[in-house]
Design a binder for this molecule. Sequence first.
Ligand SMILES: Cc1cc2nc3c(=O)[nH]c(=O)nc-3n(C[C@H](O)[C@H](O)[C@H](O)COP(=O)(O)OP(=O)(O)OC[C@H]3O[C@@H](n4cnc5c(N)ncnc54)[C@H](O)[C@@H]3O)c2cc1C
Ligand code: FES
Length: 339
Amino acid sequence: MSSKSKITIANANVEFVCDDDTISRAAVRAGLGFPYECNVGECGNCRFELLEGDVAYLRENPPAITERDAQRKRYLGCQAQPKGDCTIKVPLRDHYKSKHLPRKVTGTLTQAIDVTHDIREFRFALSEPLKFLAGQYGLITAPGVAGARAYSMCNTGEDGAEWHFQIRKTPNGAATGALFDRMKTGESLQLDGPYGMAYLREDAPRDILCLGGGSGLSPMVSIARAAAASPALKDRHIHFVYGGRTPADICGEDMLRVLPGYAERIHYTPVVSMADDPASAGWTGKTGFVHDVAEALYGEALAGFEVYFAGPPMMAQAVTKMLIKAKVPAAQMHFDQFY
Ligand SMILES: Cc1cc2nc3c(=O)[nH]c(=O)nc-3n(C[C@H](O)[C@H](O)[C@H](O)COP(=O)(O)OP(=O)(O)OC[C@H]3O[C@@H](n4cnc5c(N)ncnc54)[C@H](O)[C@@H]3O)c2cc1C
Ligand code: FES
């Protein structure tokens, strides 16, 4: 659509070039702290005000934009592409600056491994190494599917040669349909990243709690793997609570069991939410929702943890509410909502 538009952020007196990209992604690639979260038009975090110029949306009618936004010339940075030079207003924050600047690369599928009946690990070798922080995500453009989808990596990104994703198949999902049903090893697609602020804080002198549900497995596995290997965190405990509907959804223990310190300082608790379902017959582990089980297990100790969590918005909201009640400071909570 656009080629080399100049974007001026008037309130910060900053300029950057947006070259066939969306405005917030071009800003983050240029090392700026442009606010964002989901990158798919759902959260509204990347809103900016258009003062001069014109933009077009990559995704038609992105869900996070309201009529009021449209009236006030507010747009979503992650979906807006400039039609020529633009002047905008948006509060920049250092928090959103990327340690490893995101780039677009080609990923070639080297392996696809079933994790459960509906979660598969897709391993891509990158055309050029792209490092990431444990817990971050990439944007996958699945062949034949309009719009990139966000998926969190489950490996650790010190060398960035490969990105591995644990992806849950969405019934009738466009991107997951393409990946699960049509993508063959040896085939390639576009990867863009790394993105996301829910990465491992190696400088946080606290025990770690990872809470994951369903599709939220991948970033929690990445965090646990990186934390287990981090010299700075060698004395910290890593608690991992993972929830599924029935025992068939439960997974992750084998990935933790191979880490140094499993059982001594790495602790895994699986939770089943549909305990009365016939498919859960014989389950003797914890039952209920992940946030309730975490609250029952850790109680007042929660305020002393660095907490990482990932999953659908309803789960993320329930966990946040529980953590606020438990007086966990906001600075100790790190999460992505999986829209
Ligand atoms: C930060 C983040 C990390 C995530 N990590 C994981 C993960 O590790 N594992 C996992 O299984 N899932 C993850 N997800 C969810 C994943 O991105 C998809 O929503 C899910 O796989 C369903 O995609 P689908 O295309 O199969 O389903 P569909 O029902 O076809 O698509 C639904 C999703 O696609 C988005 N979408 C639809 N049209 C467009 C478009 N034109 N442009 C851009 N987006 C569009 C919607 O907002 C919605 O999120 C994550 C989501 C986010 C936001
Ligand atoms: S980052 Fe743009 S809507 Fe979420």
